[in-house]
Design a protein around this ligand. Structure first.
Ligand code: ADP
Ligand code: MG
Length: 309
């Protein structure tokens, strides 16, 4: 199977109540997530990331659109599509009276995992909770509770693992431990991983592909390397002595006319040098009155992509 997830025209309207107006959380989202990838779903707060994930997981009912999980249409094969996906939710919702072992057994029961197929000890070991198997959840630290949530998501051996903001407010040690686990699940078991995070560096390091959504719509989706390539862009702004229509430029350079008559040349530092650009400008017979460069960093580009005027 080439795509673990296929989403088409996904819409979600949360009905309003006395205090909250109706909210269009997803406005026709199309998204495919390749099998075997570590896929990052990014976007500002309120973009619709959790809504998308919760719809995939069968926790939130969609308003319109089509969702296929591991090849199963969510409406036609709800049981199979649910079985293929495990979700580590954003909130810590654990029953304080269960032990980790008990919580995993209950979860396995909910998903109809036969006793002989249960791997409770193995999963607890994987998330580093083997020695806490019999401790009550209320006695576990915040970090341990998160690991327990990860363990719960793995109980029914899903092909797809979804992590919603797994490292928000988590200390460095736990974060690294989570990422080690996630990488192993991906590399050793070929599990497809989908995660949301608002740490751009984390996404950059972990994800093969990234989609950015904002205000319920897809802004951009690309391989991380290609995205970074774009983000590696730099702009040289040239103010010419007299108006200029167009210039022959090296490949990959984009020309924009600024309202004040300046020429904005956007290029990739890895592929084109400033010197090459200046030579092209000289070759076009342009007299330069002023020149400056503008550099975008990841944060800038994220902001410019996700905030519409
Ligand atoms: P994200 O995870 O990207 O921060 P969410 O999917 O949680 O975004 O939320 C998207 C939008 O939908 C937000 O405006 C949020 O306030 C709204 N929303 C989320 N859940 C509900 C709900 N249960 N009822 C009403 N509105 C909701
Ligand atoms: Mg969220």
């Amino acid at each position: 199977m080439s795509n673990a997830i296929e989403i088409e025209g996904l819409r979600k309207v949360y009905a309003g109540d006395g205090r909250m107006p109706e909210k269009q959380a997803l406005k026709g989202l199309d998204l495919t997530i390749p099998t075997g990838s570590i896929f990052g779903l990014l976007g500002p707060n309120g973009a619709g990331k959790s809504t998308t994930i919760n719809i995939m997981a069968g926790l939130v009912r969609k308003t319109a659109g089509r969702v296929r999980i591991w090849g199963f249409d969510q409406d036609r094969n709800p049981r199979q599509s649910r079985a293929a996906i495990g979700v580590m939710p954003q909130e810590l919702n654990l029953d304080p009276f269960f032990t980790p072992e008990g919580a995993l057994e209950v979860q396995a029961g909910l998903y109809g995992v036969p006793r002989r197929d249960r791997r409770t000890a193995e999963i607890l070991d994987l998330v580093g909770l083997a020695d806490k198997a019999d401790a009550y959840a209320r006695t576990l630290s915040g970090g341990m509770r998160r690991r327990l949530l990860l363990a719960k998501a793995l109980v029914h051996h899903p092909q797809i693992l979804v992590l919603d903001e797994p490292t928000a407010g988590v200390d460095i040690e736990l974060r690294q431990m989570l990422w080690r686990n996630v990488r192993r699940l991906n590399e050793e078991r070929g599990m497809t991983i989908i995660l949301t995070t608002h740490y751009l560096e984390e996404a950059q390091e972990m994800c093969d592909e990234i989609a950015i959504i904002a205000d319920g719509e897809l802004v951009i989706r690309d391989k991380t390397a290609a995205l970074l390539d774009r983000l590696d862009g730099k702009t040289m702004v040239i103010v010419p002595e007299s108006p200029v229509e167009t210039i022959a430029l090296p490949e990959g350079v984009e020309l924009d006319h600024r309202p004040d008559g300046a020429l904005a040349l956007t290029y990739n530092r890895g592929r084109v040098s400033a010197e090459q650009l200046l030579s092209a400008v000289h070759a076009a017979g342009i007299t330069i009155r002023d020149v400056r460069t503008e550099e975008a960093d990841l944060e800038d580009v994220f902001v410019s992509l996700t905030h519409k005027d």
